[in-house]
Ligand binder design. Structure first.
Ligand SMILES: CCC/C=C/C(=O)SCCNC(=O)CCNC(=O)[C@H](O)C(C)(C)COP(=O)([O-])OP(=O)([O-])OC[C@H]1O[C@@H](n2cnc3c(N)ncnc32)[C@H](O)[C@@H]1OP(=O)([O-])[O-]
Length: 717
């Protein structure tokens, strides 16, 4: 796991633990013993530490967390380096992260390739840099830089790291060769002043104002995530305590954090995010055997909000796009939107003006579907009307080349029905983007019963290539994301009907960690879209929406959202919705007395006496109604694993990452408790079928098994 060789007077110690050279127990032993070997070899005058393969060590082995840590620890390897009596050079390529960077900081010198990156990302997995990072970095780069790097986990490119003295020299070429050359130059020079523990932290007199400013920033963005605060404390220890005592204190804090639910959730999310690319279809096809088709040209049908966002996502990843609309006026409007989104990307420094120009020049347009006869893949993003989509897909089937893949950006409709309108159901797939599609990273890909593994592999690969997080699910109304969100939106309305205020519900859920409460989300998305589909659904059933309606199609119904829409209050875009806004399009909101009155009148008209609704009830009814649906999604095999559901929620709805996602959150609360509360609400609200408890949840509530085994259990149901 650790290779050792000598080249003249230089010993090279190369960590060889693919794929990312994590510092597992055997690696630490290897490093420690090989440092001893170099120390005892009189002919060795300098040592280079590097990584084999794609990277320098990226940190501790996260799989080992939770076990009792065996010595030598990273700090023991560090002490060995410091006391070696010979200069030690860290030669960094790829990413030098966490414990990897900590070992480099114990070294006397650090060199790196220009495309290398360094960072202390422990905070992102709920921890602090206890392997010396929080003590050493302030002594090298100063308190201010250490605070920024350690509390955000940001990775610095080599050039920026060199600006802060973290890297002594940026070199090009072969990193080991460069390391040896560097070692030969410093081997006979004094290096005691390079041992960071003997330095005092830069900017230590400004510790208090820096700390206060950082804590203010953390408070604004952390929403209940406490690892950044502990990171601040660990850096303060570098000023307040002698070096070894600071190390010991930070290690104690690290051990406490490791046991916390937040660290477990973040580490779960880390691996969950990596597991989603390992998809499997019920028919047997999977990520390992299916080969994606090569996609060079893509067409997007529909130049509305979704179509233009998807176009920008594709263009900015370097794909040429042929944008299609039904008439020139809509097309022109769409092109203007694409241009302004690209300009917005330049302003937000997502890409340079030059890149935006390149992207813009890769856009072509047409109002003629026939022009799609040579594209490799089509993404349809028109209105959510099944008949319209069926019509477009049957035309596409005739026009497009036989091997072209046809995708629908539907957020709700049955993929099998859309596929049935073509003679190539194996090449039809859902690619559900989230709004704004050029920013939101989730891409919910939906397979139908005939979608081929090759088609799935192609859209999963496309998602990655355009920087999205693609998650595969099966087809059902609303798929995974919207199906789980629906009961939550309904519960939010029912809670208002029963006595809560919209701003109270928003506040409770924002305090929980959601980026926005459900009523702010409704105002942002625009109430008219849901209103239209509710009216369509009613029409379809031969019913009409009426305002004293308390049941619709056998289910409890709340007409408050319809009443707002009837008044033209569609949300931000009309300047009023559940809140009122400074002006149409503004985000500046205030509570509106008219809405308060409307709610009161609504309750009066139905004879509902408002009651006090607690924070606990709001949290439970919002979160547990979605979680129950999540278990049904698992039970039906729509999602293969809880990890898929959780990643959808982390990236599609901004569910707080330090809870891991709704399914992991449920596992931490305890499934028995979640099940019991769902049964309680089912008893209270028998006319809301979303409270009917999931069978899988019931089973798991009796024999609690770890989340990693839920999928296995559901297959035996
Ligand atoms: C007192 C102790 C103090 C020290 C604390 C620490 O150091 S805390 C640690 C601080 N360090 C971090 O938090 C670094 C976390 N890692 C990363 O940020 C990224 O993985 C990356 C930038 C290193 C590579 O990105 P990329 O897109 O090129 O590749 P990828 O992301 O797909 O990963 C490839 C494979 O490697 C796996 N794997 C990765 N890291 C670890 C690990 N540490 N451990 C184990 N495994 C790890 C990953 O699961 C995947 O496995 P799979 O699915 O193929 O079986």
């Amino acid at each position: 796991m650790v290779d050792y060789w000598r080249q003249g007077s230089v010993a090279v110690i190369a960590v060889n633990n693919p794929p990312v050279n994590a510092l597992s127990y055997n690696v630490r032993v290897g490093l420690y013993n090989n440092l001893d070997k170099a120390a005892n070899d009189r002919d060795v005058l300098a040592v280079v530490i590097c990584g084999k393969g794609r990277t320098f060590p990226v940190g501790a082995d996260i799989h080992e967390f939770g076990q009792i840590p065996k010595e030598p620890w990273i700090t023991d390897v560090g002490r060995k380096i410091e006391s070696l009596g010979k200069p030690v050079i860290a030669a960094i390529h790829g990413t030098g992260l966490g414990g990897g960077l900590e070992i480099a900081l114990f070294c006397h010198y650090r060199i790196a390739l220009p495309n290398a990156r360094v960072g202390l990302p422990e905070v992102l997995i709920g921890l602090l840099p206890a392997g010396g990072g929080a003590q050493l970095l302030p002594r090298l780069a100063g308190i201010q830089v250490a605070m920024e790097m350690i509390t955000t986990g940001r990775q610095l490119p080599a050039s920026e790291a060199a600006k802060y003295n973290i890297i002594d020299k940026v070199v090009s070429g072969d990193i080991v060769k460069e390391g040896i050359e560097f070692a030969l130059r410093v081997q006979n020079k004094p290096f005691q002043d390079k041992i960071l523990r003997y330095r005092s932290p830069h900017g230590k007199d400004s510790l208090q104002p820096i700390t206060e400013a950082v804590l203010r920033k953390i408070k604004m963005r952390s929403r209940g995530f406490y690892a950044p605060v502990w990171c601040v404390r660990s850096i303060a220890n570098s000023v307040k305590l002698p070096f070894e005592e600071g190390l010991a204190q930070n290690r104690i804090m690290f051990q406490q954090m490791q046991l916390s639910g937040q660290a477990k959730a973040l580490q779960y999310a880390f691996f969950a995010e990596r597991s989603i690319s390992k998809w499997k279809l019920p028919c047997g096809g999977n990520f390992a055997t299916a080969v994606p088709r090569k996609i060079k040209t893509i067409s997007v049908i529909g130049a509305g909000t979704m179509g233009t966002g998807i176009t920008v996502a594709l263009l900015s990843a370097g794909f040429p796009v042929l944008l299609v609309e039904q008439n020139k006026r809509f097309l022109m409007k769409g092109v203007q939107t694409v241009q302004s989104l690209l300009e917005g990307g330049v302003k937000r420094r997502k890409f340079t003006a030059e890149q935006a120009k390149m992207a813009s020049s890769s856009l072509t347009t047409t109002v003629d579907l026939q022009a799609l006869n040579s594209v490799d893949l089509v993404i349809e993003a028109v209105f959510e009307t099944l008949s319209l989509k069926e019509d477009i897909f049957s035309k596409l089937d005739k026009i497009c080349k036989p091997e072209a893949i046809l995708c629908s950006n539907t957020s709700y409709l049955n993929i099998d029905k859309i596929a049935a309108s073509t003679r190539r159901p194996d090449k039809v797939v859902g690619t559900h983007f989230f709004s704004p599609a050029h920013i939101m990273r989730l891409m919910e890909n939906i397979y139908g019963c005939k979608t081929s593994p090759e088609t799935v592999a192609t859209v999963m690969d496309l998602g990655k290539r355009i920087g999205k997080v693609p998650v595969l699910v099966g087809t059902c109304p609303g798929f995974c994301a919207n199906r789980m969100n629906r009961p939550q939106s309904e519960e939010a309305l029912f809670l208002v009907e029963e006595g809560a205020q919209p701003e109270q519900i928003d506040q409770v859920l924002e305090d929980f960690g959601m980026p926005m409460g459900p009523f702010k989300v409704r105002d942002l998305a625009g109430g008219d879209i849901g209103w239209r589909s509710r009216k369509d659904a009613a029409l379809h059933l031969g019913l009409t929406l009426s305002y004293d309606l308390q049941f619709f199609n056998g289910e409890r119904y709340c007409s408050l959202a319809d009443k707002l829409c009837e008044l033209g209050r569609f949300g931000q875009k009309t300047g009023s919705g559940w809140y009122s806004y400074d002006k149409p399009g503004s985000k500046q909101l205030s509570i509106d007395e008219d809405v308060t009155k409307l709610i009161q009148n609504h309750r009066d008209s139905l004879g509902i006496k408002p009651r006090k609704i607690t924070t606990q009830e709001i949290q439970e009814r919002f979160l547990f109604s979605g979680i129950n649906e999540g278990f049904k999604i698992l039970e039906e095999g729509i999602a293969a694993r809880p990890e898929d559901i959780d990643i959808i929620w982390l990236y599609g709805f901004g569910f707080p990452r330090h809870y891991g996602g709704p399914m992991f959150y449920a596992s931490q609360i305890g499934l028995k408790r979640v099940y019991d509360r769902i049964c309680h609400y089912h008893e209270l609200f028998p006319y809301s079928s979303h409270w009917m408890p999931s069978k899988l949840l019931q089973k798991l509530s009796i024999q609690e098994v770890p989340i990693g085994q839920w999928a296995e259990l559901h297959s035996k149901l």
